[in-house]
Design a binder for this molecule. Sequence first.
Ligand code: PA5
Length: 444
Amino acid sequence: MKINIQKVTGFVPEEAIYAHKAEALGYVKALHEKTGKGSDFLGWVQLPSSVSENELTAIEDIAAFYRQNSVELVVVTGIGGSYLGAKATLEALSDNFWQMKSSERPKIIFAGQNISEDYLYELLDLLDTHHYGIVVISKSGTTTEPAVAFRLLKAHLEKKIGKAKAKDYIVAVTDAKRGALRTLAVQEGYRTFVIPDDVGGRYSVLTPVGLLPISIAGFDIRQLIKGAADMQKATSPGVAFDDNPAAIYAATRFELYMAGKTTEILASYHPKLLYITEWWKQLYGESEGKENRGIFPAGVTLTADLHSMGQYIQEGLRNLFETVISVDRTAHKLRIPADPANLDTLNFLSEKRIDEVNKMAELGTMLAHVDGGVPNIRIEIPAINEYNLGSLFYFFEIACGISGYLLGVNPFDQPGVEAYKKNMFALLDKPGYEEESKTIKAKL
Ligand code: PA5
């Protein structure tokens, strides 16, 4: 993975970025030595190099169990950090049309990431006719969305195959000791995996939260971890600023923010990376958006969104900068055929690879956006595979820690997420919320 900030220095001087060098490297050290804000939640920093063989084997055993028992679907139930890492990886690594193609592996579908009645109804309707398992993921074990979905799924599966058998097809990923899900799992006899105490949801993709669904879908979690472990080394204390892509990224985006570029758009040219953007949005939005500060994380998939958001990016409010995930090699090769009639006038593209056209769109867009006043950071990966995704996840996580510290906030809490929950519970008359219920209903 490489980072290229050449198309930023026309907007903020290189010296201004390098002025943050010592501070950024200090924060790399603080993250490793657990001396900064939120230091109770830094377990993820050493995760790639410390994941145990036992844990990987246990995860692969569950994957083998579902496969050997011809399970067709596994419903992964979780939200936020307990959902997006697995979803992003699976979308990125799977065939674009996986839903419509047959597979020897169980297909992963998600629940608990919304409270849509139609979504859950239609899901249960689908499960009526499929052999399925459930992986329920919640660190707190009390989050409403996945808890509601799991209540429905548990009842459905028990009715379908009987309570005694259902417990073998349900796996819980939760806190080691606390929370309603842990209590339930112990009582029902589910197999369980632990989300470490010191790893917050949005930093948990390299724990069983991400690894279990990814392994069940048949992808190589060892390569994912290897990519992350190599990035851990490449961004560790002692690595020079110029060699540490995470420190460069954090310092660059911070300087852009100070120069009034308050929205960062993560862009990619492959629809498979859409959920990498969603994962990134959560990571940066929840980590930095507090105390009335923070870069607003937005995302586009190009070239599709050039035909929707392109106008704004080119000529709208100039508070934007763009970070492009650029993929060097595609998995497949396809050339544009020649057509003697040339009625579409596309013969200048005959025999060219589709990816060459995509790359020229990428290059042309970068130059157009830079000319239009949008600085551009390029994050280059050789190909979309497990190793590079592991590397990318760790890169963004460590850069997010540095970025949050540069901004002066605690990048590992999310106090603002509670506000909607309080209101929802009050509106739903949850016991214990009597006073809040009265107040909120008076407001309506
Ligand atoms: O990053 C976070 O901490 C959150 O997005 C959580 O992952 C999300 O709220 C789900 O929480 P839990 O795993 O406790 O159900």
